[in-house]
Write a protein that binds this ligand. Structure first.
Ligand code: IPE
Ligand code: IPE
Ligand code: MG
Length: 228
């Protein structure tokens, strides 16, 4: 039986969910927030240590301004309103991604929720905001001064300890909802040996019973890590 320490989810399909209902795409994002809350609580109760959620990619800035603005406002509301959910469920909050891309107000809200929840222990929820693996790698390398006489292993350790996910174990299981079969620049290095699962369910319809099924399947998979 495989142990599931770090679960990552690419939350995709909000726009299509809304379109199917003749609603604006933004309604899909609103509904997605409810799923984030439910899934996060479920993970805290079910012995998962880290839950990484892809919420906004470095590429998502290319969407129409009206949608980007809506997502930023939704995030602001979420960070303000959900603090109690984190405290009541003993959940620690952490953001990965380049915070310099956000307004001062948003940055302050993020930092204050990170500080407030720093001693919570049931689960660490990692929200990926303005996150892209390539950008993360570029930021990590720019922080280090690599000398030419060190080994490949030492270089890798230096890079890993300067990624946004330093101290966080690699991803065990990565789920993408919404039917697309791609990683879209999410945790590429950290998922080097992750088990992958692609669900056709649009994110607003993704419920904990489906998650439970996927985890059940994951536990039975044969993870060989290059061995036989
Ligand atoms: C994922 O849903 C949420 C974000 C990327 C912010 P989408 O907005 O990508 O929904 P689809 O893929 O267009 O249905
Ligand atoms: C991936 O979804 C990013 C997030 C879930 C935040 P996208 O909808 O942006 O991905 P692509 O463009 O279909 O690859
Ligand atoms: Mg999408």
């Amino acid at each position: 039986m495989n142990n599931l320490k770090h679960l990552a989810i690419i939350m995709d399909g909000n726009g299509r969910w809304a379109k199917q209902r003749n609603l604006k795409r933004t309604e899909g994002h609103k509904e997605g927030v409810n799923v984030v809350r439910d899934i996060t609580k479920w993970c805290a109760k079910n012995n998962i240590s880290y839950l990484s959620l892809y919420a906004f990619s470095t590429e998502n800035w290319s969407r129409p301004k009206i949608e980007v603005d809506f997502l930023m406002k939704l995030l602001e509301k979420y960070l303000t309103k959900e603090a109690s959910t984190y405290m009541e469920n003993n959940i620690k909050f952490k953001v990965i991604g380049d915070m310099l891309g956000f307004s001062n107000k948003l940055r302050d809200l993020i930092l204050s929720l990170e500080e407030k929840t720093a001693n919570n222990t049931a689960l660490t929820q990692i929200l990926a905001l303005n996150y892209g693996s390539k950008d993360e790698l570029a930021r990590a390398v720019s922080k280090i001064n690599i000398q030419n006489n060190i080994t490949k292993n030492e270089i890798l350790k230096l890079i890993e300890s300067n990624l946004d996910t330093a101290e966080i174990p690699d991803v065990d299981l990565l789920i993408r909802t919404g039917g697309e079969k791609r990683l879209s620049n999410f945790l590429l290095l950290q998922s080097a040996y992750a088990e992958l699962y692609f669900s056709d369910t649009l994110f607003p319809d993704f419920k904990s019973n489906e998650l439970e099924q996927i985890i059940c399947d994951f536990k039975k998979r044969d993870r060989r890590f290059g061995n036989i």
